[in-house]
Design a protein. Structure first.
Length: 56
């Protein structure tokens, strides 16, 4: 699931290009935002999964 745009560190042109892509394509920004929101988990969920892992 795509939820962001990766750019190489210390490459301002690549960062600028990614930013322009988001400005010019509102659907891309919306899709990335929705997908990113689906990936968000609370600390309670993470802790619960960790406890289950350690108990197994």
């Amino acid at each position: 699931m795509e939820n962001g745009i990766l750019v190489k560190p210390r490459e301002p042109k690549a960062l600028g290009d990614a930013m322009l892509a988001l400005i010019q394509d509102k659907h891309l920004g919306r899709r990335l935002g929705i997908n990113g929101f689906k990936e968000v988990r609370t600390w309670d969920e993470i802790a619960s999964e960790s406890i289950k892992l350690y108990n197994n």
